[in-house]
Design a protein around this ligand. Structure first.
Ligand SMILES: *Cc1c(COP(=O)(O)O)cnc(C)c1O
Length: 383
């Protein structure tokens, strides 16, 4: 069994994807070709934001947002302790200090009560300027934006939604990647909507930031006159080279259609099968709050504390079932932050999660039989 069956997805979409890839090869419009614009328009409309700017990957997307806001030395950026490294790496890369905040043990997302406590502490100490929050839609579930937005407003903080795992999720019908002042996503192959390499996107309703982001993505080009063919070589700021390849945009077009047409609902069906099969097993199952819709980047359970996770993984592997540990280390304990103020965090929930979580094979192409097999073998393995 595949952990995430990308070969199966390719088999289903092969004729469309092959045709798109070959047409880009034939056109030789490899950088900023028409498919890039077509994709940006389509996904901006789907998400319900004014601007979508694609870029090279989800990490660049966060970094570019931070740069557009001028986040830097002396700034504190609040980040969940339980996430992929990029969420904290990017503000740190811009010179800011990530302040790690504990998460909710049911949703795995940043705990708004602890977020407000962390902000108050930073404000009271006065060492850093409380600047922004990076909220993460972990494993596909949108963070608690109603509460987080309220807090950001109260303390005058910018909100970045790291939707790398969240594309397709929603709260009361409002789509993920529309909740931040700027929101970002990733098209890394294993994400809910993935391409065939690296890719990412940045979303905002703010015209000025959108313009600035487009400039930063292409070496700080002058965007004031888009019809001037030389404008690309008028560099008005230091930028980056961060673009989505035309071929990746072309691959994403049919994949996005499949995602909207059936993949997102199918992966929810597979997740429901897991939830049904694993209830009453003593495992803590991922919580989806009323009104929230997950894009199920992962289906992550918590094993009882007395169960040896390595042993469970070995037993599953022996019967052909892959499993993963997302994530084994809290952000504040990562070696990169050793000796910095980012290492001083009180996050007992994250520490417990890192010791007990296990992510199970999941994708829209899994059958009921696949799920039944994982469920019965997992039950055996934890007995
Ligand atoms: C994958 C991921 C990223 C980074 O995306 P890349 O495209 O791999 O750079 C950022 N944040 C989170 C939460 C992610 O899962």
């Amino acid at each position: 069994m595949q952990f995430r069956d990308l070969p199966k997805q390719y088999e289903v979409l092969k004729s469309q994807i092959d045709a798109k890839m070959l047409s880009v090869a034939a056109s030789a419009h490899f950088i900023s070709g028409p498919e890039v614009k077509e994709l940006e328009i389509a996904i901006a409309e789907y998400v319900g934001v004014k601007h979508c700017i694609t870029c090279a990957n989800g990490t660049d997307a966060i970094t570019i947002a931070m740069r557009a806001w001028g986040v830097g030395k002396g700034d504190a950026v609040f980040v969940p302790d339980f996430t992929f490294f990029s969420s904290g790496e990017c503000p740190a890369d811009e010179g800011a200090t990530p302040i790690y905040v504990d998460v909710d043990s049911g949703t795995y997302n940043i705990d708004p009560v602890k977020l407000e406590e962390a902000i108050q502490k930073v404000v009271a100490e006065g060492k850093y300027n409380a600047k922004a929050v990076v909220a993460v839609d972990l494993f596909g579930l949108p963070a608690d934006y109603p509460a987080i937005k309220e807090i950001c407003k109260k303390y005058n903080l910018l909100l970045l939604e790291d939707g790398a795992q969240g594309f397709g999720g929603s709260i009361d019908g409002k789509m993920a990647c529309s909740f931040g002042d700027i929101s970002t996503t990733s098209f890394f192959p294993a994400k809910p909507l993935g391409c065939y390499g690296d890719g990412g996107a940045i979303f905002t309703d703010n015209d000025e930031w959108a313009d600035l982001i487009r400039s930063i993505c292409v070496h700080g080009k002058d965007t004031s006159n888009p019809n001037d063919p030389n404008a690309k070589y008028y560099n008005i700021r230091i930028g980056k080279n961060s673009r989505l390849d035309t071929i990746q945009a072309a691959i994403l077009l049919p994949k996005f259609k499949a995602f909207v047409d059936y993949e997102l609902s199918d992966v929810n069906k597979v997740a429901d099968w897991y939830t049904e099969g694993l209830k009453d097993t003593g495992l803590v199952l991922p919580e989806v709050i009323e009104g929230y819709y997950s894009s199920w980047a992962q289906y992550t359970v918590q094993l009882p504390a007395d169960v040896d996770r390595k042993e469970v993984q070995t037993k599953l592997k022996a019967v052909g079932i892959p499993s993963m540990v997302y994530y084994a280390k809290p952000m504040h304990l990562q070696g990169a932050f050793k000796g910095t103020d980012s290492a001083n965090a009180d996050c007992p929930v994250t520490e417990k999660l890192c010791a007990t979580v296990l992510s199970l094979p999941l994708d829209p192409y899994k059958s009921k039989e696949d799920v039944n097999l994982v469920v019965s073998e997992l039950k055996k393995a934890i007995r």
